[in-house]
Design a binder for this molecule. Structure first.
Ligand code: C2E
Ligand code: MG
Ligand code: MG
Ligand code: MG
Length: 289
């Protein structure tokens, strides 16, 4: 049974996510139960947002925060978005959940703006289903209006794969979002199959180099060459370049040297509850870069 399986998973010293990652792949019944629970997660208040800062590569100043969804399951504990997002997409629960994420992140951003952080950009991730949903534009406009944010304070992160999946439709919706004044970021860049023609046409302000490339930076010359090429490509197209998954000082130094604009990763700051963020930033901004 589920508890026994989780118990053994923990006994074996696996991380919290192990049980569900395997259960979701292996056991249709488990998946069904989890799906049912996910349907109630929102109204039961089990979903929360954590925020991970983005830092200017040159001066180490916080330039924005990315909202990352967390599900605290009453029995199974913290479940990774990698485990439940596919389920949320399959059931289309990602629509109400995603709408909540947009509203909740904007609510929080209003508080940070009031605290004087009006240079920050708030980033929210969007999945494929969300991007294709006809209500998206209205939901974004409404959240901005409700929390009195200017559109440029919001960045929407769309993975390269999502953007390219139906590139012509993506282009239409991204253009409409950009017309609102919302910023667009292409996430996990380098993992999908990009059409450079579309990349050129997307109204994107930011390109996030996938952490896969960052992780192996410094180990082989190849990754540095690829990162360098991505940075050159992005800059040519007028985009800022973010490196995600920066974990070591060596990676940071190399990324700065290669001309990366913005850094994000455990080295600089992990995703954290909103309440911890201002204290983290105060401490961080007091430090030299
Ligand atoms: P992402 O948008 O590419 O976010 C980066 C992921 O890498 C996050 O995982 C973050 O916690 C993790 N990360 C950050 N720095 C480091 C690092 O230095 N090392 C390592 N190893 N990992 C790092 P997380 O929070 O588990 O989210 C996974 C993915 O789930 C996200 O990838 C995003 O695509 C998706 N996601 C998260 N929140 C939402 C949401 O509210 N809506 C939608 N649609 N998708 C979301
Ligand atoms: Mg992201
Ligand atoms: Mg990413
Ligand atoms: Mg990623």
């Amino acid at each position: 049974n589920a508890d026994a399986a989780m118990y053994y998973a923990k006994e074996r010293g696996r991380n919290d996510y192990y049980f569900f990652d395997s259960a979701m792949n292996a056991n249709a019944h488990q998946q069904f139960l989890l799906q049912q629970d996910l349907g109630y997660a929102l109204e039961r208040g089990e979903l929360a947002l954590h925020y991970q800062p983005k830092y200017g590569a040159q001066d180490g100043q916080v330039v924005g925060v990315e909202a990352l969804l967390r599900w605290q399951h009453p029995v199974h504990g913290a479940i990774s978005p990698a485990s439940f997002l596919p389920l949320a997409e399959k059931t289309r629960l990602i629509i109400p959940i995603g709408n909540w994420v947009i509203d909740e992140a904007c609510r929080q951003m209003r508080i940070w703006l009031a605290a004087g952080h009006d240079q920050w950009s708030l980033a929210v991730n969007l999945s494929t289903i969300q991007l294709a949903s006809p209500g998206l534009l209205g939901v974004v406009e409404e959240a901005l209006h409700r929390h009195r944010l200017e559109a440029h304070h919001l960045t929407l992160e769309i993975t390269e794969s999502t953007a390219m999946e139906n590139a012509e439709e993506s282009l239409l919706i991204l253009n409409r979002l950009a017309e609102l004044g919302v910023k667009i970021s292409i996430d996990d860049f380098g993992t999908g199959y990009s059409s450079l023609l579309y990349l050129k046409r997307f109204p994107a302000n930011e390109l996030k180099i996938d952490k896969g490339f960052v992780t192996s930076l410094g180990q082989t010359g190849e990754d540095a060459a690829i990162v360098s090429a991505i940075i050159a490509l992005g800059h040519t197209l007028g985009m800022r370049i973010v490196a995600e998954g920066v974990e070591t000082a060596q990676q940071r130094a190399l990324l700065v040297r290669l001309g990366c604009d913005t850094l994000q990763g455990y080295l600089l700051g992990r995703p954290m509850p909103a309440d911890n963020l201002l204290a983290h930033c105060t401490g961080h901004e007091a430090l030299p870069a």
